[in-house]
Design a protein around this ligand. Structure first.
Ligand code: SAH
Length: 368
């Protein structure tokens, strides 16, 4: 409960999350505050994680009251929070227009990654991805993208931003949606997340995953220079056209050329190629050998993802033995190719699953 009373309802007040420093400054100046206050406010919002202006003790009381009157510092609503037996945690988050997205935290021994969504739904229609089956699509705002991380930090109690060890150390833009199709908002959000006076997650700990929107890759390198992951999934255009239809627009050759010129493509910072293991589709010895040839000369590593099945899919996951052989061929070709252990199966952690389940449940309720 805030110390300050206000006549305006929260929905009438503007959310300060997602504004960059210049925009925040403009809001402060508009209410007669001094420009230097922006640094203090930024620190409260993104370093302390404070949501109540009344508790921002470095600001004068009248300033706190003025801010309370006009603004909020709000997160998306948590519709569901689930913790898996393996300690993965997943949130289904609801925005003001009732749209929902998923966000998952996957802990590892030495590090953990928070998987953030960039869109409600997705326009790409990759054949094996569940998100593509969801109808509604809209871009998330910068506030909604950052809001996912704020919720995760609230949940793990990681405020103020820890100086040393922390759970939420890495971010992967690998949730629902294609981040390159919502690049402006993704870039704005990531710049706020990288800001050293606030959330302070470095570009080396952020990975942006794309299905291969070639014209945007250069801009991503120039503006953000975060790690790049590319959803490859096939070694011929014929197969990739079918699995990742954006390949018809930007075929493998163009995609690899864009990877080669990506600034992060150095030996110290390789490009990750994601590869979902689909039984009898893309998992042969010949496929593995072709991949080694295809990426030769490129500082690359592979991420072999056991296909995560969903109701109605035509695909199955390759057997463990096949995945191991595949991984070994890539290793022998000089490529790191760890097999992702399936995580959080008990909480439907795979892309799009929790949201679909919640929509099914709602439909059932409506028809009952
Ligand atoms: N649109 C972006 C990011 C989202 S998906 C992209 O395409 O890269 C993150 C990764 O999970 C992608 O590599 C995607 O192809 C993969 N993926 C989606 N559904 C999957 C499933 N059911 N099993 C395994 N991997 C899947």
């Amino acid at each position: 409960m805030s110390l300050f009373m206000t006549d305006t309802s929260p929905s009438e007040r503007k959310n300060l999350i997602g504004l960059d420093r210049a925009e925040l400054l403009a809001e402060l100046i508009a209410i007669g505050e001094k420009p230097f206050r922006v640094k203090q406010l930024w620190h409260w919002i993104y370093h302390q994680g404070e949501t109540d202006f009344a508790k921002m003790t470095t600001l004068a009381k009248p300033s706190r009251a003025a801010l309370t009157e006009r603004f909020v510092i709000s997160r998306p609503t948590v519709s569901t929070e689930l913790t898996s037996e393996d300690n993965s945690r997943k949130w289904l988050l609801k925005f003001d227009d009732a749209n929902e997205v998923e966000c998952v935290f996957i802990p590892e021994e030495d590090s953990g990654a928070l998987c953030i969504s960039s869109q409600v739904g997705c326009t790409l229609n990759c054949a094996f991805c569940h998100t593509g089956t969801q109808k509604l699509v809209r871009n998330l705002t910068a506030a909604e993208i950052i809001g996912q991380l704020m919720v995760a930090r609230d949940s793990y109690g990681e405020w103020p931003t820890p100086a040393g060890e922390r759970w939420l150390r890495n971010i992967v833009m690998m949730g629902m949606g294609e981040p390159m199709y919502n690049f402006d908002n993704v870039a704005k959000a990531l710049k706020i997340i990288m800001d050293g006076d606030g959330i302070s997650i470095s570009k080396r700990r952020i990975t942006l995953s794309t299905a291969g929107v070639v014209p945007m890759m250069e801009r991503c390198g120039d503006e953000l220079d975060v790690n790049l992951a590319v959803s490859l999934h096939a070694c011929t255009d014929e197969l990739r056209d079918r699995l990742v239809p954006i390949n018809r627009k930007y075929p493998i050759k163009e995609l690899l050329a864009a990877c080669r010129s990506y600034p992060g493509a150095k030996n110290s910072r390789r490009i990750t190629f994601e590869y979902a293991m689909l039984k009898g589709v893309n998992d042969s010895v010949a496929d593995a050998k072709q991949l080694v040839r295809m990426v030769s000369g490129l500082p690359a590593k592979f991420n072999l993802i056991p296909f995560n099945p969903w109701p109605g899919t035509e695909f199955e996951c390759s057997s463990q033995a096949v995945i191991n052989t595949f991984s070994k061929i890539l290793n022998d070709g000089g490529l790191s190719a760890p097999v992702r252990r399936p995580r959080g199966r008990d909480i439907m952690a795979a892309c799009g699953q929790l949201k679909s389940a919640s929509e099914r449940a709602r439909r059932q309720k409506v028809t009952a």
